[in-house]
Design a protein around this ligand. Structure first.
Ligand SMILES: [Cu+2]
Length: 68
């Protein structure tokens, strides 16, 4: 995503059970029910990598938002 601009991240939980999108780097926590979609607002970010995880499955549910 472009750095320095606000953005909306659309998240789809394809599992049957709830998951929490969690990122301390982005200061976001949002629970999304099984099979549901949700969106979170991202503040304008400095260039860099912002990791996130699914807190209920943190060993395998990992990703990163890249602002550049
Ligand atoms: Cu959390």
């Amino acid at each position: 995503m472009p750095a320095g601009k606000p953005a909306v991240l659309n998240i789809k939980n394809e599992d049957a059970t709830a998951e929490e999108f969690d990122s301390s780097a982005l200061k976001i926590e949002k629970v999304i029910g099984g099979g549901k979609e949700g969106s979170v607002r991202l503040r304008p970010l400095d260039p860099g990598n912002y990791p996130f995880m699914g807190e209920y499955h943190e060993d395998t549910a990992k990703g990163v938002v890249i602002a550049e």
